[in-house]
Design a protein around this ligand. Sequence first.
Ligand code: ADP
Ligand code: MG
Length: 238
Amino acid sequence: MEKRQELYAGKAKSVYTTDDPDLLIMHFRDDTSAFDGKKKESLARKGCVNNVFNAFIMARLEDAGIPTHFEKRLSDTESLVKRMDMIPVECVIRNVAAGSLVKRLGVEEGMALTPPTFELFLKNDEKSDPMINESLAETFGWATPEQLTRMKALTFKVNHVLKQLFAEGDMLLVDYKLEFGIFKGQVILGDEFSPDGCRLWDANTREKMDKDRFRQGLGGVIEAYEEVGRRLGIQFTH
Ligand SMILES: Nc1ncnc2c1ncn2[C@@H]1O[C@H](COP(=O)(O)OP(=O)(O)O)[C@@H](O)[C@H]1O
Ligand SMILES: [Mg+2]
């Protein structure tokens, strides 16, 4: 697989074209950001940890019948993915109250959410990823009603698979964000699933094991990501 030009450099990953027009190389960098890119730092080993972690999770999701863009891991920090037209809508499921939901509604962090909530956000850093809904997405052309229905169903299916997987490692999947795209007319899961885009707590102590450690300056960020991986039986290559 020949790596050609850089297509896009995001906050944490860079995407490259290849000699196959349907495939991209996704490079996971050590760069870490929060608050719409306002807080930035480079954290040693993060690119490798997230790349290996993501490969493990995407394979589990594929096994469960969820279509993803993931093809294969190429190296410590690179993976091959299907080139998609991204849908600029982030799908969020929350099993437990935390983060912006706590601020917005004034509910207590840690409250169990039954049934889990489903929210949509526009992926737009300049606008600070505003919360949207299906009507706005349709009117402004961000996603069709059919795509939104599919994205919602797949996001719940991911919840079913991953809640169980993390529970087996004594972790609570508090919430997570997914991004979808279109490949050959089908809605499939894109981007990444890693402790950067979800909240994971130790099931017993409720200790944070995700990017909130970075947001809140708690330290031990990558050590916590590695512990999450260790509990899932992931062998890191670094
Ligand atoms: N399969 C794919 N095809 C094309 N673009 C993708 C694919 N998967 C993810 N992307 C996009 O690539 C970028 C990944 O880099 P990232 O650092 O996460 O960027 P951002 O700062 O925009 O979130 C994101 O903009 C994401 O939407
Ligand atoms: Mg991103």
